[in-house]
Design a protein around this ligand. Sequence first.
Ligand code: 3AM
Length: 180
Amino acid sequence: MRLFFALWPDDDARAHIAKAALALRVAVDARPVPQENYHTTLAFVGEVSMPQLVVLQQIGRSQRAAACTIRFDAYDYWRDSHVVVAVARESPASLTLLSAQLHRDLTLLRPNLILESPQAPLRTHITLARKVAQAPVLPAMSPFGWTARSFSLVRSDTSGARSVYTVVDTWPLLYETPKA
Ligand code: 3AM
């Protein structure tokens, strides 16, 4: 099975993302991401066996990152992957740390596990449309906040015409301490 760690939106965040996607105009042959697939990838894992799944669940359970609110504030077109994304130009520190820690744990515990994942710094984003062949004219985004209270291990099935994502496990992020 093919897995990745991600933030999975609650209904509130999903509604905000859907609204941001609606404001986009991409070419007719582009593929808008279905609402049920919206997510923010923290660490792509790749193909794993059942025993490796248990290791991944241990890794997920052992994280101690803080909950945070992410402000998505711009659209971007990523030419290499032909996607239009919503980006948070500033990532909360706790999210950057969580992503880095996940990558570190994956590498330390199972050096052979990550066959495909590059360890690039986190670019906090939500893919809104795929197969966008040419750079579209992107509007300014009405910024929205997504309060991340948990993160998930997600299975990706790309064998059919549409990718199907299934949340396998979810762990809480630590509570945000209110600022004085
Ligand atoms: O979250 P986004 O949409 O940016 O493109 C895939 C998707 O990214 C990416 O993992 C996310 C969940 O499927 N992905 C797919 N194959 C990948 C690979 N080999 C990959 N990321 C890194 N390496």
